[in-house]
Design a protein around this ligand. Structure first.
Ligand code: CMP
Length: 470
């Protein structure tokens, strides 16, 4: 079978559509929906469908019959829509998370879904009319040329899909709503011209603008009454548009109010949460300085991670996704901490999956000397002071990429020092169970961390001895 025939799965589709027997076509060219070229193609089809929806009604009402550019445009659309059928019948799809590339399954799905609207849109009605001279005939027959509009629903799906990944979904919905309203207004304007004709003998542009003005005033229920229907058909049409307008007006207002409220869900949820917390703090007479600290903490959370608690967001994901997202989110800390560099993938995964992000504000005590320790910490951002219990001896300042709290876990002894945040600190906490597990499984990690713990313990002893001697 030649590659062209292989690609032209149309034969297979028609076979199956007409309920013929088994289709035995072994085509190996398959297009993935995520493929960049395929996505580009979808955008081209989308643009073609929208321009067809705008131009075709205009060409019908203004009897543009000999306009060669228009016929060329119609011809291009037909070719484009035919190619799109070929592309769609060779595009894989995903079912319950599994990529289906079986030709028969693809054909079956396509036949049950978009194939028929795609086929109707690709019928060369305009061209046939042009060749047969029917274009000049006028009359309701011309409405058959609107077959191109069958491409619109699929194009609209492409619009929501391509936009959805890049734009805020609420804004996208608002844009789509406005787009559909304008397209509907365009169709109504064209229909009004079709029904009422051109009694004042206006030029096409003025005629369209006047009709569009009538549509908008009627749809928005303003209705100045300067353009009134004459005859039964026009009156019935106006009644219909008024009814649609009343419904649509309510729908638009409701939708816009809802969309605006949802444009930044994260921000409104954050504000609501902060308001609740502040009401509680005031109600329980929490000191102003503490209230300030809590508010600072939340504004830092908002600035650094839009108020989201990564831990709870990830909690709902299945394990494989959790690993990928965690690795992506925590890639900064993996790059920063020297002991993670060059470490095996399993080791990194084990640690990363068990890290909990925590934030401390300036002056917060993270670890207190003498307390029992249950966790160790990795510093992602900010710096901390390591001090003696009475905070008189300053042992060290640790910054981004360094860790602390390992001694208590390693030697099962109380914390050897007090640690305080010097500034806003983004830390990652590792619990004792994971620490012990990782230690027994990865001897290299055990060695590095033991060496560091021993070095730090002796530094503390030396510093304390020095202080006593003074
Ligand atoms: P831990 O004893 O669990 O809690 C206090 C932590 O401070 C300790 O673990 C070390 O991680 C850290 N620490 C102690 N001494 C030093 C030091 N001299 N330099 C840097 N960090 C230290």
């Amino acid at each position: 079978m030649t590659p062209l025939f292989r690609l032209l799965n149309i034969a297979a589709i028609l076979d199956q559509a007409l309920d013929f027997k088994e289709i035995a076509i072994d085509i190996d060219i398959m297009i993935q929906p995520e493929n960049k070229l395929k996505q580009g193609w979808d955008v081209i089809v989308l643009a073609a469908a929208i321009s067809a929806a705008i131009v075709t009604p205009l060409s019908i009402i203004f009897h543009l019959t000999r306009f060669s550019l228009l016929n060329l445009f119609n011809g291009l659309l037909v070719i484009l829509f035919l190619v799109d059928i070929v592309v769609s019948s060779n595009t894989t799809f995903s079912l319950h998370g599994e990529i289906i590339s079986d030709r028969k399954a693809i054909t079956k799905k396509y036949l049950r879904g978009w194939f028929w609207p795609d086929l109707i849109a690709a019928l060369p009605v305009g061209l046939l009319f042009f060749i047969s001279g029917l274009l000049t005939a006028g009359g309701p027959l011309q409405l058959l040329r609107l077959n191109l509009l069958f491409k619109l629903p699929k194009a609209s799906r492409t619009l929501s899909r391509t936009g959805g990944a890049r734009v805020n979904p609420a804004i996208l919905r608002l844009v789509l709503l406005v787009f559909w309203i304008f397209l509907a207004a365009h169709f109504i304007s064209c229909s009004w011209i079709l029904i009422s004709g051109n009694p004042d003998g206006l030029d096409p542009v003025s005629l369209y603008i006047r009709s569009f003005y009538w549509t908008i005033t009627t749809l928005t229920t303003i209705g100045y009454g300067d353009i009134t229907p004459s005859g039964n058909i026009q009156t019935l049409f106006v009644v219909l548009i008024e009814l649609i307008g009343a419904g649509m007006y309510g729908l638009i207002i409701g939708n816009i109010a809802n969309l605006i409220a949802n444009i930044d869900v994260a921000k409104s949820q954050y504000k609501e949460k902060l308001e609740k917390i502040n009401t509680f703090l005031k109600y329980r007479n929490i000191p102003v300085s503490m209230q300030k600290k809590i508010n600072n903490y939340y504004s830092y959370l908002w600035e650094s991670r839009r108020g989201y608690d990564e831990f709870s967001v990830l909690q709902d994901l299945p394990d494989h996704l959790k690993v990928s997202v965690s690795l992506y989110l925590n890639k900064e800390i993996i790059e920063k901490v020297p002991i993670f560099q060059g470490a095996g993938e399993d080791f990194i995964k084990e640690i990363i999956l068990n890290l909990t992000p925590v934030v401390f504000t300036p002056g917060d005590s993270i670890v207190k000397a003498g307390e029992v320790g249950f966790d160790m910490y990795f510093i992602s951002k900010g710096s901390v002071d390591v001090m003696s219990a009475d905070e008189r001896i300053h042992y060290a300042t640790l910054g981004s990429g360094q860790f602390f709290g390992e001694i208590a876990l390693l030697l099962s002894m109380p914390r050897t020092a007090t640690i305080k945040a010097r500034e806003y600190c983004d830390l990652y906490r590792l619990d004792k169970d994971t620490f012990d597990r990782v230690l027994s499984r990865y001897p290299e990690f055990a060695e590095t961390i033991t060496a560091m713990a021993e070095k730090r313990s002796s530094e503390i002893q030396a510093a304390s001895a020095g202080k006593k001697d003074q």
